[in-house]
Design a protein around this ligand. Sequence first.
Ligand code: PEP
Length: 255
Amino acid sequence: MTHRSRKPYIAGNWKMNLDRSRSLDLIKTVKGRLGDGGDREVAFFVPAIYLADVTAVAQGSPLGVGGQNLWYEANGAFTGELAPRMLREVGADRVLIGHSERRHVFHEPDEWMGRKVRAALDADLLPIYCIGETLDERKAGKTERVCKRQLESGCEKIRTEDAHRLTIAYEPVWAIGTGETATIDQVGQVHRTIRKWLVQRLGEDAANLVRILYGGSVKPDNAKDLMAVDNVDGLLVGGASLQAETFLPIIEFDR
Ligand code: PEP
């Protein structure tokens, strides 16, 4: 199976940026440009407080809208957290799990990841499970070990039949928001490692259904080259997803 047999997936992560009116303007602009969007999947991961408004504006378009995090219980004494069903209730159809900022700023441990990914799938949310090494880990030659450890934890409750709903994002921590993109060789090598790990874990047929995105300072001028790398099935975009002028050329990387 060649990597282009998987539908390209371009995702924007707004993090804690934009405000309500700029969010809705951006959704309107992208929606207008997407048309039926049949040949690629495009989604925004938005601040939870704007989800209901954003999904209302996105309605009638193929745009996906997701939360940036969840907690894996259905309810209870978890102040400040959001249950998967709550994201569904306000219209989200997907969610980010294990984003680098959750791991490194808010110290979310590996041990939570498998339950979070499982809870998302069980609530009918499409997870993008994020992994990636820090600069120190890369310099110490631990990139592969770290990524495999993160895959083990996040995929511990994954079954073969979940594969088509699962997306992995490889985001080297040192490339996120820094302007420094991983080289084509570095991206190719890690994505190949991830695919091999998935094949061992899920078998070839199921593993080939999982999309693997690259994230880390993706811009209009590097999107095409990154998308040409084997096993790069899409892009997770932070800063450049905040404006139509930079996000639209990334969505249209092949035009
Ligand atoms: C991200 O938020 O996942 C990300 C990759 O950010 P940026 O594109 O700004 O590096």
